[in-house]
Structure formats: structure tokens, C-alpha cells
Design a protein around this ligand. Structure first.
Ligand SMILES: Nc1nc2c(ncn2[C@@H]2O[C@H](COP(=O)(O)OP(=O)(O)OP(=O)(O)O)[C@@H](O)[C@H]2O)c(=O)[nH]1
Length: 602
């Protein structure tokens, strides 16, 4: 019975055929269900709700869901994989009709689900019936067996190219009143100043880099608007003070401490023109309404960072203890210690600093592991101190353009959202540009952050030219008088040449509207990545002129040692650390705290 129902639902164009098949298999209607089951991968047995229409579409997440998450850590090369999977399936099943408009509609929905809940939900979804097992056999028999036909259709659904379906809903959606023109290159070229691809060599980048430094030299008209240093405590419980329109202390009198930055009158900042804003600790009284749903007691960011670094720290402490148990400090122990520190990703330079420091004061003496860790914390802090700087925005640029780069999954979009929240809470007007036109989910994710932070989002079609989008966004932000424009980008290291061309073009095109733009180029670095992170910084620094870092996921199973190595090698400012996925999980980087946490002396 149920089987007959299923057929009706799925095989529109082949009703007659379907019924014939039913007759053939008439003997045991229920057996057909088993047959269906048999076609599934061993893992999923009981198909719950079945092949309802809605569920048919579910298979679509396949291309996106699994991959993006896995790519993040160390093997960016896998990132392309998901996009190609559907293609394979598509070629298998072409026979049946492919009208299924719902597919188109459901496509995007699936994609949305993918980025966030991908891992857990995927397991429960019936979609998987089709995905894993779809190989040739299914496609071949599809013509004869109606049951297989159903599967074949599903295969088609799954094989639908994400591009078309996803792009459609994106456009009509009024992202934020302002809509980006979607024309790619042509669009840019049509602008007052055409984009000359070949012209302007890399020298231009170097210029921009040096120009960004000029910001620091800005003379008198500087207004230091501290988005306040607040007590470390959880600001979640802040009351309605946010309403109080406390004007911005123009010269940033620290006395205005309790003042919620959200109350900072935008105009005051905006009209003041050439001022500088220092973004450090966020004032959280305007904690998102959504955050209210969070489990009540939230651990402090430092706790989360310490826990994130716990593995590295424990391992390191254990190894140090292993080296120094009942041993004097001699050449051998120093060498062993050096090895331990290098294995912890700290880098040769820092390892030598620690051993040299120890050797200079304790050589030949008994040394406890606690003493060693204290020396290590001190040396690490010396390395990190110079790079622990607050992010400064030069508001003489309207907007101050922040380009955010980094490998896929390192937390670009999330960091942009958190940063936008900090800035808008501080009274600045922010515009976001969804320059990662490679992934629909990334665009959607940015839109969500835009809604949360009440920041307009400029987005365009999936696959559109990112530089064109960046140019449009820059123009829109100028027109709107935005204080800050933050541009998201794709980070496909798999195709380095393409990525390089894209980022270079974005930088070049922005320079058409303001020779000094982008004014800040932030790179997100995933702290759970090992040595690879060192290379990532090297690459993006060369490609996009990175001039600041944000170390993300320090709350996870971070391998914090790499941050020390990066600091020692690149000496780039580390403005923030990410200690969670929530809006307020972006903390100013503190060298001392980090050093203590990683050395296990906190
Ligand atoms: N635990 C934790 N997770 C984070 C942090 N920052 C980002 N994430 C998560 O990391 C995942 C990837 O973050 P995204 O912001 O999408 O990374 P992305 O670089 O924009 O990735 P693409 O869009 O693929 O280029 C998401 O699940 C985020 O919620 C952090 O500081 N801590």
C-alpha cells in the first residue's frame, strides 16, 4: 500500500509504467519497501517519514554539508570536492523527467542548512539514502523498476546544480534595502574608472601597505574613541542602559566607563570626520536579544581560551616535566626542552629564546618544570607583546575599508559578524559586502550577521565577480556615508592562482575609488591548524597585503603555539582572538594572558 503511494508521489511523468511495475511485483507489496531499503547504504536502515516531497530535496545539502567543515583545518585542498560531487550523480540519471520545480526551491534551503547544522543533522536525514549509494547500478535499473525510479529522481534532485537554485532566491531578497548590481567584470569596467587588469603591477600593493601605515601618523584631528575597556565579567546581564543616548566622549575620557558604546551617537562619530577609533573590548550591554536564549552562565573568554589551549598546554607541561624530572639543566636537557617546544609549534626562534633564558640563569642547577614554564611564559609574552595591538580605524576614510581574507573555514564570515557587532555597538555605521561569491552559504551567513548587527549587506549572485561586488559595495558605502565597509572574500587555496587573481583584483579595484583602500586587510587564522597556518599567513600576506591577524577558535582544541611562531616570523599585529561562535566571542588579544594560558601558569 504504502509503496503504491510512494510511486504516485514521485513518478509523475511515468504513471503508466509505474503501475505496470506494481503489478509485476504485485505478490508482495511490502517487499518493495525492502527492496528500497536494500538499495540504501548499509548505514541507514529504517527510512522514517519516507520519500515525501520535501525530503526529496534534502539530498541537495550533500554537496556542501560535509565538505566545508572538514576542509577548515588543514587540508584546504579538499574544499573543492563537494562542488564536484553532484556532477557525478547528475550524469547517472538523466532519463526521467526533471521538471520538479520544488527542487529548485528546495535547493537553497538545503544549502542554508548545510553550513551550520551540517554535521549532526546530516546523519538523521533520509537524504542519505540516496547520496552514498547512488552509483551506477541504481541509474541503470531506473527504467524498469519504479522503486529505483524514485531513487533515480532523487539522484537527480541531489545532482541539481546548486548554482541556479541558490542564486535565484538571493537576488530578490532585499538584503538590506541596498542591492548590489550583479554585473561582474563588465560592471566594474563600466564604472568611471575602468578596471585595468594588466596595468598596475604589484608595486601598487606595496604602496598600499605603506599607505596604511600613514594612518598611524595622522596628525591632530585624531579622536580616540575607545570602544571601551570593560571588566572581564559577563556583560550579558546589562540592563536597559543601552537606551541612554550618552554622547560620545569626544576625546575619549576614560571616565565615561559605564557608557554603553551602543549609545554612542553615530553622528558624533560620523560627523567628526577624520578621527581614529580604537576597537578593543566590546561593550555588551546591548547583548543581542537572541543571545538571551543562550545557556545562562557563560564562561569568561579567558576560561574558554584557557580551555581551548588546555590540550597544547597539558601536553607541553607534561613533556617539560618529563624532561626536567630529577635532572639538572645541562646541554642534554636544554636540547630536549628545545625539541618539546618546537613540537608544540612555538617555532625554533622562540624555543631558543626560552632555552637561552634558562641556560643563562640556571645552567647546572636543578630546575623544576614549574620554573621552566614560568620562563617560557615570560619569553612567549615578550614575543607576543609587540603584536598585541588594538585595531585602529582611520575614520578620515569614509568608509574605512576592511578586507577580510583567509583560508576557507578559518572564520572570516563569523569574525566579520562579530566585528560588525562591536563597531555598530560602538556607534559606527557598518556596511558588509558578501565577497565570497563562491559559496551560497557564505552569502547567507553574512546576511544573517547583517540582520543581527543591522548592517546593510551588499550581495550578488553566486559565482559573480567578487571584485565587481567589492567595487559596488564601496560605492554604496560611500553614498550611504558608512563609517566602515567590511568585505568578505573566498579563501580557496586549492586554486592558488585563481585566488591570487581574485584578491589582487579586489584590491586593485578598491584602489580606483580610494588609492589607500583597503585600509585594513585582516586575515583570520584558525588556531586549531598547525604549522600550515604559518604558510597561510605567508601566502595571504603576499597576495593581499595582510596587515593584521585575528586568531580564531582559540576556544576549541587550539594549537596555540603556532600563534607564537607566526608572531615571531611575521610580526603582524594580532588584533583579536575568536573564543567561540557567538557574537561577543571576539576578544582583544592579550599577550600576557595568552602566554600564561599556553604555558599552563594561568
Ligand atoms: N569555536 C569557534 N568556532 C568558530 C570561531 N570562529 C568561527 N567559528 C566557526 O567556524 C566555522 C567556519 O566559520 P566561517 O566564518 O564560516 O569561516 P569562513 O572562513 O567564512 O569560511 P568560508 O565561508 O567557507 O570561507 C563556523 O562553524 C563558525 O561558527 C571561533 O572563534 N570559535
Amino acid at each position: 500500500m504504502a509503496f503504491g503511494f510512494i510511486k504516485k508521489v514521485f513518478s509523475f511523468g511515468k504513471k503508466e509504467v509505474v503501475e505496470e511495475k506494481v503489478d509485476e511485483t504485485a505478490p508482495l507489496p511490502p517487499l518493495n519497501l525492502d527492496a528500497l531499503e536494500a538499495l540504501k547504504p548499509a548505514s541507514e536502515q529504517e527510512v522514517p517519514g519516507f520519500l515525501k516531497r520535501e525530503e526529496q530535496a534534502v539530498p541537495a545539502p550533500e554537496p556542501i554539508a560535509p565538505e566545508p567543515e572538514k576542509i577548515e583545518p588543514e587540508t584546504p585542498a579538499e574544499a573543492e570536492a563537494p562542488v564536484e560531487e553532484p556532477a557525478e550523480i547528475a550524469t547517472e540519471s538523466e532519463a526521467p523527467v526533471q521538471p520538479e520545480e520544488p527542487v529548485v526551491l528546495e535547493g537553497p534551503a538545503v544549502v542554508e542548512v548545510a553550513p551550520e547544522a551540517a554535521e549532526e543533522e546530516a546523519t538523521a536525514e533520509p537524504e542519505q539514502e540516496v547520496e552514498p549509494d547512488l552509483p551506477e547500478p541504481v541509474a541503470e535499473e531506473a527504467e524498469e523498476d519504479p522503486a529505483e525510479e524514485v531513487l533515480a529522481e532523487q539522484a537527480e534532485l541531489a545532482a541539481e546544480e546548486p548554482t541556479t537554485p541558490i542564486a535565484e532566491p538571493l537576488e530578490p531578497e532585499p538584503v538590506a534595502e541596498i542591492e548590489a548590481r550583479s554585473e561582474p567584470e563588465a560592471d566594474v569596467a563600466a564604472e568611471p574608472v575602468p578596471v585595468a587588469r594588466e596595468s598596475e603591477p604589484e608595486v601598487e600593493q606595496a604602496e598600499k601597505q605603506s599607505e596604511t601605515h600613514r594612518a598611524e601618523e595622522e596628525p591632530a584631528a585624531t579622536i580616540e574613541l575607545e570602544v571601551v575597556e570593560e571588566a572581564e565579567t559577563e556583560a550579558t546581564a546589562e540592563p536597559a542602559v543601552s537606551e541612554a543616548p550618552a554622547p560620545i566622549p569626544q576625546e575619549a575620557p576614560a571616565t565615561a566607563a559605564p557608557e554603553p558604546p551602543a549609545a554612542l551617537p553615530e553622528q558624533a562619530v560620523a560627523r567628526s570626520g577624520a578621527g581614529k577609533v580604537t576597537v578593543s573590548k566590546k561593550v555588551e550591554q546591548k547583548a543581542e536579544v537572541e543571545k538571551a536564549a543562550e545557556p545562562a552562565p557563560k564562561r569568561s573568554w579567558f576560561q574558554r581560551m584557557r580551555e581551548g589551549l588546555a590540550r597544547s598546554s597539558r601536553e607541553l607541561s607534561g613533556n617539560i616535566a618529563g624532561v626536567f624530572t630529577k635532572r639538572k639543566l645541562d646541554e642534554e636537557t636544554l636540547q630536549d626542552l628545545e625539541d618539546v617546544l618546537i613540537r608544540a609549534d612555538l617555532g625554533v626562534e622562540t624555543a631558543l629564546r626560552v632555552t637561552d633564558s634558562l641556560a643563562s640563569s640556571r645552567y647546572g642547577k636543578d630546575v623544576s618544570d614549574t620554573e621552566v614554564r614560568a620562563v617560557m611564559a615570560a619569553e612567549v609574552e615578550k614575543v607576543l607583546g609587540p603584536v598585541a595591538k588594538p585595531l585602529e580605524l582611520d575614520l578620515s576614510h569614509k568608509p574605512h575599508v576592511i578586507l577580510v581574507v583567509g583560508v576557507n573555514g578559518t572564520g572570516k564570515t563569523t569574525t566579520i559578524g562579530k566585528l560588525a557587532a562591536k563597531l555598530t555597538d560602538g556607534g559606527l555605521s557598518v556596511m558588509l559586502a558578501a565577497g565570497d561569491t563562491f559559496r551560497a552559504a557564505a552569502i547567507e551567513q553574512l546576511k544573517i550577521w547583517g540582520e543581527r548587527t543591522k548592517s546593510p549587506v551588499i550581495a550578488t549572485k553566486l559565482g559573480a565577480d567578487a571584485a565587481g561586488l567589492a567595487y559596488d559595495a564601496f560605492e554604496k558605502a560611500k553614498e550611504a556615508g558608512s563609517d566602515v565597509l567590511i568585505i568578505d572574500t573566498a579563501g580557496r587555496l586549492q586554486n592558488k592562482a585563481e585566488l591570487m587573481a581574485e584578491l589582487e583584483k579586489i584590491v586593485r579595484v578598491l584602489g580606483k575609488l580610494d588609492p589607500e583602500a583597503p585600509h585594513t586587510v585582516l586575515q583570520t587564522v584558525d588556531a586549531t591548524t598547525g604549522q600550515n597556518a604559518l604558510n597561510q599567513v605567508e601566502i595571504f600576506r603576499n597576495i593581499a597585503g595582510v596587515n593584521g591577524l585575528v586568531m580564531t577558535k582559540l576556544d576549541g582544541t587550539a594549537r596555540g603555539g603556532i600563534l607564537v611562531a607566526i608572531a615571531a616570523k611575521h610580526k603582524l599585529p594580532v588584533y583579536f582572538i575568536g573564543v567561540g561562535e557567538q557574537v561577543d566571542d571576539l576578544e582583544p588579544f592579550s599577550a600576557g594572558d595568552f602566554a600564561k594560558a599556553i604555558a599552563g601558569v594561568a
